[in-house]
Design a binder for this molecule. Structure first.
Ligand code: CUA
Length: 155
């Protein structure tokens, strides 16, 4: 089979670009130790009931003005579904999932991350303005995805 010279050059250039791309991708993934976006450790998604944080999800006081919200994102709701937070609070959200990948976004704040089964995701926010904040799932997770939401009430 005869391959035209220009065709051969393009095959070599295309192949070289593909190899370069894979080398750079591997260097970034392995060299920098890229992991799924659960940055706060691991948990067995089948044993959330035995984990004190996720067996009783909700708002927990850490110290004056500092709180932790332990939450479970599952098809198709958040536990707890409504969270009351005192105004001025600094809140750490600790979230995991027992089933599939969900999103955890609090509209109007900087909280927006993926929740991956088996991994714990941590995010922090400060709530100065009283009012209601919508919690949204922004990763498609199944037939009820569009109904998966919760609410934060800051008083
Ligand atoms: Cu959970 Cu979409």
């Amino acid at each position: 089979m005869k391959i035209h010279a220009i065709e051969r050059i393009w095959l070599i250039v295309g192949g070289a670009m593909l190899v370069l791309f894979l080398v750079l991708l591997s260097a970034a993934a392995f060299g920098e130790g890229l992991m799924p976006p659960g940055d706060a450790g691991r948990v067995d998604p089948q044993k959330l009931a035995q984990d004190p944080r996720f067996a009783t999800p909700g708002l927990k006081a850490l110290s004056a003005g500092h709180y932790e919200v332990d939450a479970v994102a599952r098809m198709f709701t958040f536990q707890p579904n409504q969270i009351e937070i005192p105004r001025g609070a600094e809140v750490k959200f600790v979230v995991t999932s027992p089933d599939v990948i969900h999103g955890f976004e609090i509209a109007g704040t900087n909280v927006n991350d993926m929740v991956v089964p088996g991994y714990i995701t941590e995010m922090s926010a400060h709530f100065d303005k009283p009012g209601e904040y919508l919690i949204l799932c922004n990763e498609y997770c199944g037939a009820g995805h569009q109904a998966m939401m919760g609410k934060i009430v800051v008083k």
